[in-house]
Write a protein that binds this ligand. Structure first.
Ligand code: URA
Length: 210
């Protein structure tokens, strides 16, 4: 992928996103829509995956047919909200390998601190897609991407549902080589770090917590 930011303005995505933003939408519907949108975004972020060919026999004749080249993809969920995107993507790419990055924010230093990190082997040979629904300040996403680079990843893409301009800028500064695919670029962050107009706390909305 070459572009730093891709906003996928597909009508199905925009329609589903509107329902997700609505505070009257239930947890069950929110989760289902996130699953559906994750598949549409996955379609976009994988559109340039390299192909090779394999010899097969159709019932009519032999042919050299396209198939994905190289190692299995690595999908990396940034905990905890990333898990809401992961499930749908795994339905679409069932052979993908899966990793998790857990970070929390130290309330004194405000720096992201790692509490969990488990990723597939051979990261340098895989296309790595990091997922987190909300790109807000970008601090934790940038830190998570750095951890993936430290683990050897070279071709990293970032998939989110909503992005704030502040988060996109932060990622561009820290990781200009990591393209971002999102369903919408919202206006700004509020004083509490929430995306405006946004959809609230994505983790709380998908897991029914407060
Ligand atoms: N994380 C969320 O879940 N929502 C926001 O608006 C910002 C960060």
């Amino acid at each position: 992928m070459t572009q730093h930011l891709t906003v996928v303005e597909h009508p199905l995505i925009q329609h589903k996103l509107t329902i997700m933003r609505d505070q009257a939408t239930s947890t069950a519907v929110f989760r289902q829509l996130l699953r559906e949108i994750s598949q549409l975004l996955a379609y976009e972020i994988t559109r340039d995956l390299p192909l090779t060919t394999t010899r097969i026999d159709t019932p009519i004749q032999p042919m050299d047919a396209p198939k994905l080249a190289g190692r299995k993809l690595a999908l990396i969920s940034i905990l905890r909200a990333g898990n809401g995107l992961l499930d749908g993507m795994l339905e679409l790419i069932p052979s993908a390998r899966v990793g998790f990055v857990g970070l929390y924010r130290d309330e004194e230093t405000l720096e992201p601190v790692e509490y969990y990190f488990k990723v597939p082997d051979l990261m340098s040979e895989r296309v790595v897609i990091a997922v987190d629904p909300m790109l807000a300040t970008g601090n934790s996403s940038a830190a998570a991407i750095q951890k993936l680079k430290d683990a050897g990843a070279r071709d990293i893409r970032f998939l989110c549902l909503l992005a704030a301009p502040e988060g996109v800028e932060r990622m561009k500064q820290a990781h200009p080589d990591v393209p971002i695919v999102t369903a919408a670029l919202d206006e700004r962050l509020n004083e509490k770090g929430y995306i405006v107009p946004g959809l609230g706390d994505a983790g709380d909305r998908m897991f029914g917590t407060k």
